[in-house]
Design a protein around this ligand. Structure first.
Ligand SMILES: [Zn+2]
Length: 1029
C-alpha cells in the first residue's frame, strides 16, 4: 500500500535500474526552475546561433533575453531605408453581409496618425474593392499544385478579386518567393516602425511596442473607452465612410489590409478542404497529420493516432546544435485516453497470460512495431536501445520473405501504433489485483450552498446520474462503488448499506486528526443500495435546510476521502461541491491573499503559487492512493483557486467554477458538466513512462500529473480530456535512417478494476536539414507546448520576463527559418514557414491570455483557473481557446449539416445586422447586432425587435420557429464537440456583456492589454530584422 512499495514494483523500477544505456538519460536531475526549455537566460541566444545568423551587430556573445536599446539602435537607419519599399497603407474594404453601414462604434484606426506615404495608387485600388461573404477572405488564391514536399505558398488573391499583390517591390511576382520557400511572403505592416524616425519602442515590459503610448505594463494603452479599445489599430470601413479611405482625416493609415495577413480561419478551411473526410493511415514515419479542426478518419497502421499523440514537429533535427539554433521546441502532446469516434477501431487488448507483456531486457520498452525480428525469428532487436533480445519460446514465430513475422497482422503489438496489454500482478500494488475504483460525492452543506439551491440540485441529479457510472466494456452494470459525505465545519459520513432501511449518519467533528468512522457501508454498489441512497439524497437538503453555518473546511474533507479509499483498498475520485474559502481553524485553513497591488510587479507570480504545506502533503497522499480530486466551486468571492486547484491539478482532476451560482441561470450548465465528468472514460492509479530511441530523451512533463522522480509520470487518474505534454532534448546525434521513436506506456486500473497497460508508439523523422523541421511543424501543438511551459514559468518568474521570452523565441524561430531555409529576399519581407504562418496570431493570443496579462478587471481566481485548465489541455482544446471560433449565423435558415465557415476573430468581421456565435471550448457567446432584422429576433426571442430583448437575458427561449430550432441544434452540435458544457451567454451589441465578448476577439488589440495581431506581426518582424542584420 505504501507509495514506495508501489513505485518499486519491478516492471517499472527495473527500467530505471537497467538504465545502463542511458547514463545521462533518465538519471538527469529535475529540470531547473527557470523557464524550462529555453535554459538559463544567457543561453537563450547562444553564440553559435548568432554565428549562424551572421549578425554583424552582435557577433560577440550571447544576447541577454531582454533586448537592450543598444542592440536595437544600430539597425535603425537600415530599417528606415527598407521600409520605404513597403506597400502603402491600405484601408480595409469591407462591407457587411447585409450592407449595413458600419456602426459608429467601429471607428477608424485609433492609431496615431502617421507620416504620409507616397504610394497612393494601391490604396485607391483597394478602396474600390468589396469583400463580402463570411470567411472567404480574399486571400484564398488558387491552391498551388502543392504536394507534401512543397507546401502551398501563401497566395495573393486572384486578380479577379481586384487585389493587388501585397508584395514588397523587390519581389517579381506574387509567387516570387519561389516554390522552395513554401512560405507566405508578405510585406507586413512595417509602415509603423519603418518610415518613421522613431525606432521600435520598448515598453516598460520589454514587449516591443507598436507606436503609440505605452501602458505601464508595456502594452499599448487603450484608446478610449469603448470603440477605441476594439477598433484600435484596425482599419476603418472605407466603403462606408464618405469618400473612402482617401478622405479619412489626416494622412492615410499606416496599415496593411488585414486580409493580407495570414488567416487562421483560412488555414483551417484549407486543411478541411484538402484533407477533410479522408482516411489518415499512420503507416509512414514522420507524416504530418491533418489539423485538429479537420474531420478525418484515422486508420492505425503502426503509429499512434494523432488523437493520442501530436508533435510540435514530425522531423526532429539530427543534432542538439540544430535544435538550439532554431529554438523550435521538440515535444509531443499525449492524450492517452482520447475519445475515438465511433467509426474508428477501439484499442485491442493483448493478453500474454502469466508471462505478461514482452519487453526489452535492457530499456524495458514494450513489444511494438519498432522491434526488428532477426535470426529467423528467434531474436529481436529493440528499436529504442538496440539491445538484441531472445524471443520467448511461446512467442516464437517464423519470418516471411521480407523478414516480417507471419503473424504480423494477427498481433496488434506488432502491427499497430496503439493497443493495450493485460497487466499481471507484478504490475499491481502489493502484487494484488486491484479493487474497482470508487466515486465519493462530498457536498458542502454550508449556508451558501443550501440557500442557492445547489445542494438540492446535486442530490436530485445524483439519483439518476448514478445509473450512468462508467462501465467496463461489455459489462452490464458498473463496478464503481459510491459513497456520500456532507460537510461544513464538520464532516458527516453516511452508511448506505443495502441491508439498512434508513441511511445512518456519523459525525466527525475533530477535523484535525481526520479519520473515517465507518468502513462497512460507506462505499457501496449503487444498484444494490439504490433505495437507501435515494432515501439519503431526499433527506440531505432537508436536514440542513435551516443551517446557519457559513464556514467550511476543505483539506480535512479531501483527507477523509483519501482515508476512505485507503480503507477500502481501492483508487477513486472525489467529487467535491464547495462554495467558500476554508477559513476554519483546521488543517488547510486559507487566508485571502488576493492583492491587486501585486499586478505588474515582480511579486505578481506569488498570486499563482499554491500555499505550501498541508495541500502539498495532501497531493502526495492522494497520488500514492490513486485518489483523484474534482472540485466544483461555487464562490461568490476570492477562494484561492491557485491553492485549492493545485490538489486537482496534481491528482489528474478537474476544477469547475461557477461564480455567483444561481440555479435558474447556471444550473443546466453545471449539471451538464457534472454528467460529463461522471460518465467520461477514465483510468485510475496510473503511471506513465515515455521511452525514446537513443539520441534523445524526455526531459520535461506538463499536465495534470505528479512526479516524484524524473521519469515516472504519476496520475491518480487520467481521463479522456487530459493531455500530458512532453518535451524532448538531444543527448546525442539522431540518425536520419532510423528516425526518432517514442513509446508511451500507461499503467492503470480500469473502471472495472482490471490492471492494464496502454501503449502508444510514434516514430518521427530526423533530418540534418532545418527546412524539413519547419516543413513538418504543427502550429497548434507548438502553442500547446509554449502555453504550458509559459504557464509553469509564470509561478517562478515575473510575467513580463515570461512574455518577453515568448516574443524572443517567436522571432528567433522565424528568423532561423528565414536565414536557413528561405530563398534570399529583401529583409523588409516577412517570410513565414507555411506550417507556421498563423503561429504569430496564436502566440499573440497566448501573450494576452488572462493568465499572462494582469488587469484589475480580471479576477485572480479566474486567471489561476485559466492557468490550471490550460496545463491539462490537449491540442484541440488549446487551439480553440487561443483562437475561438466565430460563426456567422444570420443566414441561419440556410445552415445545413456542416456549420457555416468561421470568420476571423476581429471586430471588423462583425456587422450590425448580424448574429454570431463565438465559442472557445469553455464559453458560448451569442452576439446580436443592433440592426439584426426584427423577423430574426422575433423567431429567436419571441419579441418584436432588438430593443425588446432585456439586457439581462440569460437564456435562449426554445421556440417553435424553424430558426429557433436550427439555432438550438447548432448550439447542441457545438457543445457535443467539446469536453465542457459551455454556458451560453446572450450578448447584445453595445451592452454590458460585450466587454466579455470582445476579450475573445483575439486579432484585435487586447481589452486588458496586448497588441493587435497586426501590431504584433510588426513587432515580431522588427525583432526578426534585428536578428538578421
Ligand atoms: Zn530496448
Amino acid at each position: 500500500m505504501s507509495q514506495q512499495g508501489y513505485v518499486a514494483t519491478p516492471p517499472y523500477s527495473q527500467a530505471q535500474a537497467g538504465m545502463g544505456g542511458y547514463p545521462s538519460g533518465f538519471g538527469a536531475p529535475p529540470s531547473q526552475p527557470l523557464y524550462g526549455h529555453y535554459g538559463p537566460p544567457p543561453q537563450s541566444y547562444p553564440s553559435g546561433q548568432l554565428g549562424a545568423l551572421k549578425s554583424p551587430a552582435s557577433s560577440a556573445s550571447a544576447l541577454p533575453p531582454s533586448p537592450s536599446p543598444a542592440q536595437f539602435s544600430p539597425n535603425g537607419l537600415q530599417n528606415g531605408a527598407h521600409s520605404q519599399r513597403f506597400p502603402p497603407p491600405i484601408s480595409t474594404p469591407s462591407v457587411s453581409q447585409y450592407g449595413q453601414p458600419p456602426p459608429a462604434m467601429f471607428p477608424t484606426s485609433a492609431s496615431p496618425a502617421q507620416a504620409p506615404h507616397p504610394t497612393q495608387q494601391l490604396t485607391n485600388q483597394l478602396s474600390g474593392m468589396q469583400i463580402s461573404g463570411y470567411g472567404h477572405t480574399p486571400l484564398q488564391g488558387p491552391q498551388s499544385p502543392s504536394s507534401s514536399a512543397v507546401p502551398p505558398a501563401f497566395h495573393p488573391p486572384p486578380p479577379a478579386m481586384g487585389h493587388p499583390p501585397l508584395m514588397s517591390p523587390g519581389a517579381s511576382s506574387p509567387m516570387g518567393a519561389g516554390p522552395n520557400m513554401g512560405a507566405m511572403t508578405t510585406a507586413p505592416p512595417m509602415g509603423a516602425p519603418g518610415p518613421f524616425p522613431g525606432q521600435p519602442h520598448l515598453g516598460g515590459g520589454g514587449f516591443p511596442q507598436p507606436p503609440g503610448p505605452a501602458g505601464p505594463q508595456g502594452f499599448p494603452t487603450q484608446q478610449g473607452a469603448y470603440g477605441g479599445q476594439m477598433a484600435g489599430p484596425q482599419p476603418g470601413f472605407p466603403g462606408t465612410f464618405p469618400g473612402g479611405a482617401s478622405q479619412m482625416a489626416g494622412p492615410p493609415q499606416k496599415k496593411l489590409d488585414p486580409d493580407s495577413i495570414p488567416s487562421t480561419t483560412q488555414v483551417i478551411e484549407d486543411d478541411q478542404t484538402k484533407r477533410g473526410g479522408q482516411v489518415y493511415t499512420t503507416n509512414l514515419r514522420g507524416q504530418v497529420p491533418p489539423l485538429v479542426t479537420t474531420d478525418f478518419v484515422v486508420q492505425d497502421q503502426g503509429n499512434a493516432s494523432p488523437r493520442y499523440m501530436r508533435c510540435t514537429t514530425y522531423s526532429f533535427p539530427c543534432t542538439a546544435d540544430q535544435a538550439k539554433q532554431c529554438q523550435v521546441p521538440l515535444a509531443t502532446i499525449i492524450k492517452p485516453f482520447a475519445t475515438i469516434p465511433k467509426n474508428e477501431t477501439p484499442l485491442y487488448l493483448v493478453n500474454h497470460g502469466e508471462t505478461g507483456p514482452i519487453r526489452c531486457n535492457r530499456c524495458k520498452a514494450y513489444m511494438c512495431p519498432f522491434m526488428q525480428f532477426i535470426e529467423g525469428g528467434r531474436r529481436y532487436q529493440c528499436g529504442f536501445c538496440s539491445c538484441v533480445n531472445e524471443v520467448p519460446a511461446f512467442y516464437f514465430q517464423h519470418l516471411d520473405h521480407i523478414g516480417r513475422r507471419v503473424d504480423f497482422y494477427e498481433r496488434p503489438e506488432l502491427s499497430l501504433g496503439s493497443y493495450e496489454f493485460t497487466a499481471t500482478v507484478e504490475y499491481c500494488k502489493n502484487k494484488k489485483p486491484p479493487n474497482p475504483p470508487a466515486f465519493i460525492f462530498m457536498i458542502d452543506v454550508s449556508y451558501t450552498n443550501i440557500k442557492s439551491g445547489l445542494v438540492k440540485l446535486v442530490c436530485e441529479e445524483l439519483k439518476t446520474l448514478l445509473n450512468q457510472l462508467p462501465r467496463e466494456e461489455g459489462a452490464e452494470s458498473s463496478s464503481v462503488k459510491v459513497g456520500f459525505v456532507t460537510y461544513n465545519k464538520i464532516l458527516h459520513f453516511y452508511n448506505v448499506k443495502s441491508a439498512l432501511a434508513q441511511p445512518q449518519m456519523m459525525v466527525v467533528s475533530d477535523v484535525v486528526e481526520m479519520f473515517v468512522p465507518l468502513l462497512d457501508g460507506l462505499l457501496v454498489n449503487f444498484q444494490e443500495s439504490q433505495s437507501v441512497i435515494n432515501n439519503l439524497l431526499d433527506q440531505i437538503p432537508d436536514m440542513f435546510a435551516d443551517t446557519n453555518e457559513s464556514e467550511t473546511v476543505l483539506a480535512p474533507v479531501i483527507q477523509a476521502g483519501v482515508e476512505a479509499l485507503k480503507a477500502a483498498e481501492c483508487s477513486g475520485k472525489l467529487f467535491i461541491f464547495h462554495s467558500s474559502m476554508p477559513t476554519v481553524e483546521a488543517p488547510g485553513k486559507l487566508k485571502n491573499r488576493d492583492d491587486k497591488k501585486l499586478l505588474n510587479t515582480d511579486k505578481e507570480k506569488t498570486l499563482f503559487q499554491p500555499q505550501k504545506g498541508v495541500y502539498e502533503q495532501l497531493v502526495q497522499d492522494c497520488v500514492s492512493s490513486g485518489c483523484c480530486v474534482d472540485l466544483f466551486l461555487f464562490p461568490s468571492q476570492y477562494v484561492d483557486v491557485a491553492t485549492m486547484g493545485s490538489v486537482s491539478l496534481h491528482t489528474g482532476g478537474s476544477v469547475y467554477k461557477y461564480s455567483n451560482f444561481q440555479v435558474p441561470v447556471d444550473g443546466d450548465n453545471f449539471l451538464r458538466d457534472l454528467r460529463g465528468d461522471v460518465e467520461k472514460p477514465i483510468g485510475f492509479d496510473s503511471i506513465m513512462r515515455v521511452r525514446t530511441s537513443t539520441g534523445f530523451r524526455a526531459t520535461d512533463f506538463f499536465g495534470a500529473i505528479h512526479m516524484n522522480n524524473t521519469t515516472d509520470v504519476e496520475m491518480a487518474a487520467v481521463d479522456s480530456d487530459k493531455a500530458v505534454t512532453v518535451e524532448f532534448k538531444h543527448d546525442d546525434v539522431l540518425a536520419e535512417d532510423t528516425g526518432a521513436l517514442i513509446q508511451c506506456a500507461l499503467l492503470y486500473t480500469t473502471v472495472g478494476g482490471q490492471r492494464r497497460l496502454r501503449i502508444h508508439n510514434l516514430g518521427v523523422n530526423c533530418s540534418s536539414q532545418l527546412a524539413d523541421l519547419y516543413k513538418s511543424c504543427e502550429t497548434d501543438a507548438l502553442i500547446n507546448f509554449l502555453a504550458k511551459s509559459a504557464y509553469r514559468a509564470m509561478v517562478n518568474q515575473p510575467l513580463k520576463t515570461v512574455r518577453d521570452i515568448l516574443v524572443k523565441q517567436t522571432a528567433h524561430m522565424l528568423a532561423c527559418y528565414r536565414k536557413n531555409c528561405a530563398n534570399p529576399s529583401a529583409v523588409s519581407q516577412l517570410i513565414l514557414p507555411d506550417a507556421m504562418k498563423v503561429f504569430p496570431v496564436y502566440m499573440n493570443s497566448l501573450l494576452k491570455s488572462p493568465a499572462l496579462v494582469g488587469s484589475v478587471e480580471l479576477s485572480t481566481d479566474d486567471r489561476a483557473l485559466h492557468r490550471l485548465m490550460v496545463t491539462t489541455m490537449g491540442v484541440e482544446d488549446t487551439q480553440v481557446l487561443f483562437y475561438p471560433r466565430l460563426i456567422p449565423l444570420h443566414n441561419i435558415e440556410a445552415v445545413g449539416e456542416g456549420l457555416p465557415v468561421a470568420v476571423r476573430c476581429s471586430e471588423e468581421r462583425l456587422s450590425e445586422g448580424g448574429l454570431f456565435l463565438l465559442e472557445n471550448g469553455r464559453l458560448l457567446l451569442l452576439w446580436l447586432g443592433e440592426a439584426c432584422p426584427p423577423e430574426l429576433i422575433q423567431s429567436l426571442f419571441n419579441v418584436p425587435s432588438f430593443a425588446h430583448i432585456g439586457s439581462e437575458v440569460s437564456s435562449l427561449p426554445e421556440l417553435d420557429s424553424p430558426q429557433s430550432k436550427k439555432l438550438q441544434s447548432i448550439i447542441k452540435r457545438v457543445r457535443e464537440q467539446r469536453s465542457h458544457s459551455m454556458k451560453l451567454l446572450i450578448v447584445k451589441q453595445k451592452d454590458r456583456l460585450e466587454t466579455l465578448f470582445r476579450q475573445h476577439l483575439v486579432e484585435d488589440k487586447g481589452l486588458h492589454g496586448g497588441a493587435s495581431y497586426m501590431d504584433f506581426l510588426c513587432n515580431v518582424h522588427r525583432e526578426i530584422r534585428q536578428l538578421l542584420t
